[in-house]
Design a protein around this ligand. Structure first.
Ligand SMILES: Cc1cc2nc3c(=O)[nH]c(=O)nc-3n(C[C@H](O)[C@H](O)[C@H](O)COP(=O)(O)O)c2cc1C
Length: 418
């Protein structure tokens, strides 16, 4: 098998060098023949049509040798696509082949893999030396909360992780010693641990920790309210009706034309506060919104993705949604940055809409050259992954939005096997 793969791989590499050497702006991205096959548009699915055409198909003016070369190249490309398709077929069936593909041929996954390892190291570092926020503590406290609200509640729970949670809590407490008030995160941890040690019964794993917890000096908390599981007040109806939410959702459309009016920062931070109320796996909230409202920086950031072509110049504010892989102890959870950040982004977008601010999500495909530029401009840490961008501002009343037909409900959901 190896004998077959190596020539294929060498051919692929040789072909790639030709493609890259011959490349215009468009083909430079074709680092991966799948990309060439799947997406011939240089700007991917969010090509706006506003940008100028890059390539012309008119070959009549090209000299014969060049045409011959191009023809040969096209045939090679076709043959190569065929080989790659075969390789993909094997790869789809065997993890060994897919590993080969991504290890030796395509670099598409490399940045994410590197970021994952950097995140994993940072997770370990923060667990032993937590300062402002700690994923291990947040996850552990969240698990204890679930144990506390369980019906029926068990007399003893959390044995697998209570030691780790408690050690992290102690570390964080040491850092907080010099502060006059405790952070909300620490108050939350304190309250949940207090309740946990109050309700759990005697157990050799819990008893020494319970004793140590009681002997710790806990700094004063910022608020008197307890941060433990509670019953919500359901006696009054929700303050927002379904119809109001429907109207808001139908009113929101991607806005690409903005008025030059600046957006007050508190309008934006109020929207961030709503985004921050979104659910996230184990309540880790593994994201940060990097917001740019300085016109020069906005332009630098807005020109990085492809999807702003033709309207980048009129964007007044741009947010880059960044996922932080430092929140996970295992690669199995790497997808959560995308889910959690997107849920928060939706809250953020709706909150802006309620304040009269239009938004447009902007795609951020994993293209190494662009990733590098984004990393440098935003001074990102190695575990930080840009997820998408959001352009925002007061809509230009003269600017149009796309109709964007939505799929009917019947196509969007299915009950049981009906
Ligand atoms: C993840 C994501 C990426 C997007 N990327 C772009 C983009 O790069 N450029 C753009 O103009 N619009 C982009 N959009 C906006 C979509 O085109 C738009 O949401 C879709 O057509 C539906 O229209 P609506 O938002 O007005 O309902 C993106 C939207 C999402 C959710």
């Amino acid at each position: 098998m190896t004998e077959v793969i190596i020539p294929v791989q060498l051919t692929m590499r040789w072909h790639r060098s030709i493609v890259i050497k011959q490349s215009s702006n468009a083909t430079k991205q074709a680092e991966d023949p799948f990309a060439v096959m799947a997406d011939r548009s240089p700007r991917g699915c969010e090509s706006s049509g506003m940008e100028s055409r890059i390539e012309s198909d008119d070959t009549s003016t090209i000299p014969f040798p060049k045409r011959l070369f191009r023809g040969t190249q096209r045939r090679w490309r076709k043959a190569l696509s065929h080989i790659v398709a075969k390789f993909a077929k094997w790869g789809a069936r065997s993890s060994w082949f897919s590993w080969m593909y991504f290890a030796f041929w395509s670099r598409r996954m490399h940045r994410e893999q590197r970021a994952m390892l950097a995140g994993w190291l940072k997770f370990q570092e923060e667990a032993t030396n937590p300062v402002a926020s700690c994923a291990q503590l947040r996850r552990g406290i969240h698990r204890l909360e679930k144990g506390l609200l369980m019906r029926p509640r068990r007399d003893v729970f959390g044995l697998d992780y209570i030691q780790d949670v408690f050690s992290t809590y102690k570390q964080m407490l040491m850092h907080a010693e010099n502060c006059s008030t405790t952070s909300d995160e620490l108050s939350w941890a304190n309250d949940v641990l207090t309740e946990y040690f109050e309700v759990t019964t005697d157990h050799p794993k819990i008893d020494p920790l319970r004793q140590e917890f009681r002997n710790l000096t806990h700094p004063p908390t910022a608020s008197a309210a307890l941060h433990t599981p509670y019953k919500r007040d359901l006696s009054t109806p929700p303050p927002l009706s379904y119809d109001q939410l429907l109207i808001l959702s139908q009113r929101r459309r991607s806005v690409r034309w903005f008025s030059p009016e600046s957006v007050p920062r508190d309008v934006i931070t109020k929207a961030v506060a709503i985004g921050g109320q979104s659910p996230s796996a184990c309540n880790r909230q593994p994201f940060v919104l990097r917001i740019f409202d300085d016109p020069d920086l906005v332009q630098q950031v807005a020109k990085l993705p492809f999807g702003t072509a033709g309207y980048a110049h009129n964007i007044p504010v741009i947010a880059v949604v960044i996922g932080q892989l430092r929140n996970y102890f295992d690669a199995r959870d790497r997808h959560l940055i995308y889910i959690d950040a997107s849920l928060a982004a939706m809250g953020f977008i709706y909150a802006l809409e309620t304040q009269g601010i239009g938004t447009c999500c902007i795609n951020w495909p994993d293209i190494e050259e662009r990733e590098r530029k984004m990393e440098q401009l935003l001074k990102l840490e190695p575990d930080e992954r840009p997820i998408m961008l959001i352009a925002l501002g007061y809509p230009d009343p003269e600017g149009m939005v796309a109709y964007s037909q939505k799929k009917p409900v019947e196509q969007l959901c299915r009950f049981n096997f009906e």
